[in-house]
Design a protein around this ligand. Structure first.
Ligand code: HEM
Ligand code: HEM
Length: 187
């Protein structure tokens, strides 16, 4: 039984997320959740997970510059007007599908990297430089709460995009593959 050209078009997938991005993503999730729940009750666990998050964010920033394809910042960081326009398109149900990160997702990635980087920096400052500083402790916790809000919005965005474009985006972050672009999709 020969499969039709139409069937091939529907099932054809393309490799989008490289190994680095996929390992980075799920490692960061584990490091963040571990650091969060360890809090200051399990200090060693907190510090190890926190430093792991710091190393992951640093490596991702480097990869965003020297990496290739859909991992590059230049590929997915767009001007604010483009991001706002895309959010308006989502609100009115007209947003096009992107093979890489869409403009809103790209902005969220920058926000997450900066916020988690800030959490790690203030954690290090209050551990090694200004030990017990109330100011950095407050900023550390404030940024952590901000990260929780961002993560909730990030996951909501992933769910909305998965439903709207009928694809399993968390699954794509595991396999690296997404449905080939068609129609108005932005490759
Ligand atoms: C601690 C929680 C989380 C953090 C800090 C986080 C952070 C990130 C970051 C930094 C990226 C950009 C990936 C890259 O290009 O390097 C990303 C993408 C992504 N994340 Fe998460 N994430 C979290 C939880 C989750 C969860 C629970 C899911 C699954 C429901 C998820 C699904 C995704 C997907 C599907 C993408 C790709 C989005 C796209 O297609 O543009 N994330 N996340
Ligand atoms: C993603 C990474 C991190 C997250 C989510 C995080 C989150 C938190 C939270 C929620 C607390 C408050 C715990 C409580 O009051 O019970 C805390 C406390 C603390 N964190 Fe982090 N943290 C991270 C990384 C780091 C790093 C990298 C360091 C140090 C190098 C650090 C050092 C500390 C210290 C010393 C405290 C205790 C402050 C106090 O006495 O209340 N954290 N962190």
């Amino acid at each position: 039984m020969a499969s039709s050209a139409a069937t091939d078009e529907i099932t054809r997938t393309i490799r989008v997320w490289d190994t680095f991005v996929r390992v980075f993503h799920w490692s960061l999730v584990v490091a963040f959740v571990t650091a969060y729940f360890a809090g200051d009750d399990y200090e060693t666990v907190h510090l190890v997970a926190g430093y792991a998050a710091a190393a992951l964010v640093t490596a991702r920033i480097v990869w965003g510059v020297v990496g290739t394809g859909y991992a590059r910042f230049a590929q997915f960081v767009r001007r604010p007007s483009t991001v706002l326009g895309y959010l308006a398109d989502i609100a009115t149900g007209r947003e096009v599908r992107y093979l890489g990160h869409n403009p809103a997702g790209g902005a969220m990635i920058v926000a997450l990297l900066v916020t988690i980087g800030g959490i790690c920096l203030t954690g290090w400052l209050l551990t090694d430089i200004f030990w017990g500083s109330k100011f950095f402790e407050d900023v550390h916790e404030w940024l952590t709460n901000l990260a929780l809000v961002l993560i909730a919005l990030h996951v909501a965005g992933v769910v909305i995009a998965s439903v709207r474009h009928r694809e399993n985006l968390p699954g794509a972050m595991v396999t690296g593959r997404k449905r080939a672009p068609a129609g108005d999709d932005v490759a």
